[in-house]
Design a protein around this ligand. Structure first.
Ligand code: FES
Length: 135
């Protein structure tokens, strides 16, 4: 029912589903595989290409990498959770989808403006030398 907190439950269920697939990729469907490609251990961007407050859209891996604050790197699926468009290059700590205007926080992937209601799938990353690696 709208207004009774069901939105929060849906969001939590979605996040739980993503987490389960992150552990057992073999059980994931096609859409989820697109949203969370298996890139563990891979260098996905150069530190120098990810400015503070901005980020880089890695087209071939379908991932956006951000640096919301100095030295803190985050990575998310570039697949918008609304209808699946590819989001744009992060700017001003916002990841925007060009299709219908959804916006996601560059530090969490959570939607800050609809129509998307679910967060972008996220990846744990760390800076290693001059690269950003998925851990
Ligand atoms: S597909 Fe991204 S806002 Fe609709």
């Amino acid at each position: 029912m709208p207004g009774d907190g069901s939105y929060g439950r849906r969001e939590m269920l979605g996040a739980a589903g993503v987490a389960v697939c992150g552990v057992a990729l073999a059980g994931c469907g096609t859409d989820d595989a697109k949203a969370r490609p298996n890139i563990k251990g891979k260098v996905i961007a150069k530190v120098a290409d990810v400015p503070v407050g901005g980020g880089k859209l890695v087209e071939d891996l379908n991932v956006v990498v951000t640096q919301p604050t100095q030295g803190v790197y985050k990575a998310f699926s570039a697949t918008c959770t609304h209808k699946g468009c590819k989001v744009g290059t992060p700017k001003d700590n916002v990841i925007r989808c060009p299709c219908h205007g959804s916006e996601f926080a560059a530090d969490s992937g959570k939607p800050t403006k609809g129509p998307a209601t679910a967060p972008l799938a996220s990846f744990q990353v760390k800076a290693e030398g001059d690269g950003i690696v998925v851990v």
